[in-house]
Design a binder for this molecule. Structure first.
Ligand code: MLT
Length: 407
């Protein structure tokens, strides 16, 4: 008899953003004439930078000639891209990351979801609340939790991110083995300072723990004092894995390209306490289950680091940050407390009522889709997340509609 992985039964019926998409579709079907503006899921709307599409086209042309055609590439990514990433994203910031410590992939979602496979089933996990649901759901699927009670899974150490701590959780009092951190944060848009991050690195070193650092929104950082990478913190190379993505940086949500850094000095332990390099384990997993990102997509990603690409990416980020600034200003003028939107594309709004009620109010009355904060965890109750990924004119229109409902 074929049996299921019963851990899946512990999960909510559908993934947060699929659930929201279903609700929006039902509303649209019931009100076909009503205009809907989507500020929910963080999906980009602006075209890829021209430097990327030019490189993409040229690489497709190479694939059309026998003499330049490429079949399977290296699973870890082509050297031309890994070298650019190492130089531009890390060494230029004083972080000593080498090209062969970088694993190119098809998404930070996939990497942050898959990486837990290389750890023991009974390790203790710490997860922020609110949190990007992938970190939690993939650990539930893997059987690292009990069941969910009052919106919390047994066996997880939740790191509350609230107004009281400016949405940056402190290190836990107890000992945990694997810690998920994301900065600039999804969903709250909060950022972490070097001294706060240093405390986490020290905690991980003292407790032989590992930090999974999701820096998918790093390109939105404007404040020059903020760290872009955890490897800017001394000692982090031994205790942290970092994921990044071209999705939000350069509009690759549909094109798919990201990477994860697993430094060769990053160790974990077996039952007897012997050390093992996580780089070898992840390499084994990656080469077994992944066949690499397509050559044209990697060439398009490489173009992000060209001089024209850098200028175009900067202008893309400024475009979304202008949206974010407008959303934040308008919501604050309506009397809502907001965080994020300055170094991040997300604005976290204290909506002063139940998150789903506010979501329904926005959808039904204003035709604006946002994301209910409670969908990211119990501490998100009473908040909503508004995404800045849309056209500026749509954002202006959405703000006018919200003003009419709330103002
Ligand atoms: C979000 O809206 O949180 C993101 O789009 C999710 C993702 O990047 O997978």
């Amino acid at each position: 008899m074929i049996r299921i992985n019963e851990n899946y039964l512990k999960l909510q019926a559908s993934y947060l953003f699929s659930d929201i998409a279903k609700r929006v579709k039902a509303f649209q079907d019931a009100h076909p004439d009503k205009e809907i503006i989507r500020l929910g899921i963080g999906d980009v709307t602006q075209a890829l930078p021209k430097a990327c599409t030019d490189a993409f086209h040229a690489a497709v042309d190479e694939m059309a000639q026998d003499s330049t055609f490429r079949g399977y590439g290296p699973e870890q990514g082509y050297a031309f891209l890994r070298e650019k990433i190492a130089n531009e994203d890390f060494q230029a910031r004083g972080a000593d990351i080498l090209p062969d410590e970088i694993f190119v992939s098809d998404g930070a979602k996939c990497d942050t979801g898959n990486i837990q496979e290389i750890f023991a089933g009974d390790i203790k996990i710490a997860i922020p609340d609110p949190v990007y649901p992938v970190y939690l759901d993939t650990n539930v699927m893997a059987g690292r939790t009990g069941t969910s009670k009052d919106g919390r899974f047994e066996g997880i150490t939740y790191l509350d991110s609230t107004k009281a701590n400016n949405f940056v959780p402190d290190v836990p009092k107890e000992k945990v083995d694997l810690i998920y951190l994301c900065f600039p944060n999804n969903p709250t848009g909060s950022t972490i300072t070097k001294s706060q991050l240093k405390k986490w690195v020290e905690y991980a070193r003292e407790n032989k723990a590992l930090i999974l650092y999701d820096a998918a929104y790093e390109a939105f950082i404007q404040d020059s004092a903020l760290p872009h990478s955890i490897y800017e913190i001394e000692g982090a190379k031994d205790v942290a894995i970092e994921s990044r993505s071209f999705s939000k940086t350069a509009g690759f949500t549909g094109t798919r390209c990201a990477y994860t850094v697993v430094p060769k000095t990053c160790m974990a332990y077996d039952k007897s306490g012997n050390t093992h390099a996580l780089h070898s384990l992840w390499n084994r997993r990656h080469t077994t289950k992944f066949n690499g990102v397509s050559y044209p997509v990697q060439r398009a990603a490489e173009a992000v680091y060209s001089s024209q690409g850098k200028v175009q990416v900067k202008s893309l980020i400024s475009y979304y940050l202008k949206n974010a600034g407008l959303i934040r200003k308008e919501l604050m003028a309506l009397g809502f407390d907001c965080v994020g939107g300055d170094n991040s594309p997300y604005i976290w709004v204290d909506c002063k009522m139940d998150s789903w009620k506010f979501f329904d109010l926005m959808l039904d009355e204003a035709g604006v889709v946002c994301t209910p904060g409670v969908g990211f965890g119990r501490c998100g109750q009473g908040f909503i997340r508004i995404s800045a990924f849309n056209n500026y004119s749509n954002v202006e229109k959405a703000m006018t509609k919200i003003r009419k409902v709330i103002g």
